[in-house]
Design a protein around this ligand. Sequence first.
Ligand code: TXA
Ligand code: MG
Length: 355
Amino acid sequence: METIVERITKDEESNSEIYEKAGRILRNGGLVAFPTETVYGLGGNALDTMASGKIYAAKGRPSDNPLIVHIADEQALEDLCENIPDNARKLAKVFWPGPLTMIMNKKSCVPESITGGLNTVAIRMPNHPVALELIRKSGIYIAAPSANTSGRPSPTRAEHVYQDLNGKIDMIIDGGSVEIGIESTIVDLSEEHPVILRPGYITKEMLEEVVGSVEIDKAIIGQMNSNAVPKAPGMKYKHYAPKGELFVVENETLNTDEKVIDKINQLAAEMKQKGYKTGILATDATVDKYKADIVISVGNREDEISVSSQLFASLRRFDDEGVDYIYSEGFSTENVGMAIMNRLMKAAGGKLIKV
Ligand code: TXA
Ligand code: MG
């Protein structure tokens, strides 16, 4: 299959042709990748079982891992969900459109093929003009996982989607780099007490201001070192992983100091000596202090979004360069830091070195 790539520009007329073409593909059961404010999504008609089958096939995704349904107006909740809780309406008012996905009981029109057999469905209204326009123009609800091959880092630029899915999907809409760079916060509202199943830009504290106390799935708090089974099926898989072996190195204070820097340099030197290609994921303040084949700053530690937006692209760069061993600084788990460390630890398969 030939994958068409179309770029959104300032030219309204050509953009409108792109949306029409993409809408036609989606209504006919095809697949279109598009930007959201978090990561690029791989879209298909959420209520068309054939289309969702194609999504799973293109990504190589296990069929028990459910998809998020993307909507453009709150009215859609009535079509898709049963017993919509008050908390969902309150959260929608404050955070939609935005990087928050809510799990609710599904209506029977939502096929089990997209919910992994569960009787709940994940819903999100993305805050990106291209995503919203695509949903509106296509006139359907769009099921969209992140547009990467299953297991690889999520795509934050159209080129990443192209690398993974060229020839496997009908179209990629290139809307430039995304803003946030890590996937939406997922909150489960299907039970009495709200529970965060995946941390993201919308933090526990932000949710609690609207709905009172919110819990975090125990499997997330324990990161990979716990035996608790995560409630979001997708969180149990190895994920976001570069091809090289990644290790996170941190000290007790979680603030990178000379001890961390020395340890990372020592580990990288040992591997280089053995003939491996080495990489280091640093931050702006430390990038000049490291020695390896490839040293990348993921961003400014004081500015969480600068880090979240570059994390997956940085991991992909190590792949592009054929790096065998990667060492990364750790991050504080306050606020968005929790989501950053969650993705980084998953990418590392839980490999943490304490100094
Ligand atoms: O930011 C995002 O959420 C991006 C963009 C494209 O919107 N999408 C995304 O989708 O990250 P995906 O498929 O990569 O991750 C969806 C996660 C998986 O961990 C899945 O297990 C969980 O949502 N999920 C979906 N439906 C669920 C349900 N009914 N119950 C529990 N977890 C669910
Ligand atoms: Mg994903």
